[in-house]
Design a protein around this ligand. Sequence first.
Ligand code: WQD
Length: 326
Amino acid sequence: MTWLITGGAGYIGAHVVRAMTEAGERTVVYDDLSTGVAERVPDGVPLVVGSVLDGARIARALTDHGVTGVVHLAAKKQVGESVELPLQYYRENVEGLRVLLEAVTAAGVPSFVFSSSAAVYGMPDVDLVTEETPCAPMSPYGETKLAGEWLVRATGRATGLATASLRYFNVAGAAAPELSDTGVSNLVPMVFERLTAKAAPRIFGDDYDTPDGTCVRDYIHVVDLAEAHVAAARALHAGPGRDLTLNIGRGEGVSVREMIDLINAVTGYDRPPTVTPRRPGDPARVVASADRAATELGWKAKHDVQDMVTSAWQGWTHHHPQAARA
Ligand code: WQD
């Protein structure tokens, strides 16, 4: 099998390439390097620099490398930015996906794994979110991921393409310091940034209907997430015509305050957080039921939040050496 990993030079993509390679699969990375970093692509793994909107370049990559499966991670993923730039998000995340699927089906590639998101659920009013929980995305980013799932599913049904859409919950951690997330758009790096600046971490609202009043999320280690992609790729290769939609989470809720307390302990900064007003659009609780991924893929997360925060901090201090001194 040879898998084309779009976005394979990104934070999550690089972990997927690493996991697929360690599992003995051949990989080729396709990335426009707009946010990806070429140094993340391991020696021996070909890198094709290009946009998902460039159908001709994708078609060449598929045939030049004898691609037999695609894992599509390349997308714009900042919720706040998507509100300001919906046209860019729909172009990259939906039109880009359409162009890619056109090339994939024209080349007769049989398997397609799609990076979706828990953002498709919006504000689910349930204790555990299952794949049957109604989807009501609250941002253009979440809308593009839900529309992407529809496009993938419809293409699979029309052409026989075997597909899996993986709904990522809150991703954190790193397999190695040099692979850590260099973006600062999610809780863990945002708290690191505050601590490094000797400023108090911020809790966006503590008046939610949760045990400690702060939002509860399902954090998933990026290494576990990458393993889920390997399991999904193999499941599709084993059973043509599959059409899977799976939550990729741990099934365990952790509150913002609990995460900040853990980050303070791991980093040694121990700086009490301040509470600021709620961030618009934040649901009180989004925690996955991961039962279907266990049943369909035999996959289950192995790492806990301590592993995530510890490895993320090792990555942060790798990129910000001055931060190591609490
Ligand atoms: C988590 C919680 C904040 C920073 C995102 C996106 C998307 C999706 C899931 C991939 C929220 C709170 C944050 C801070 C805080 N992943 N917070 N202080 O919004 O749950 O979802 O990840 O598709 O990326 O939808 O993640 O990390 O932004 O916030 O209190 O300094 O932490 O209010 O409750 P979110 P997040």
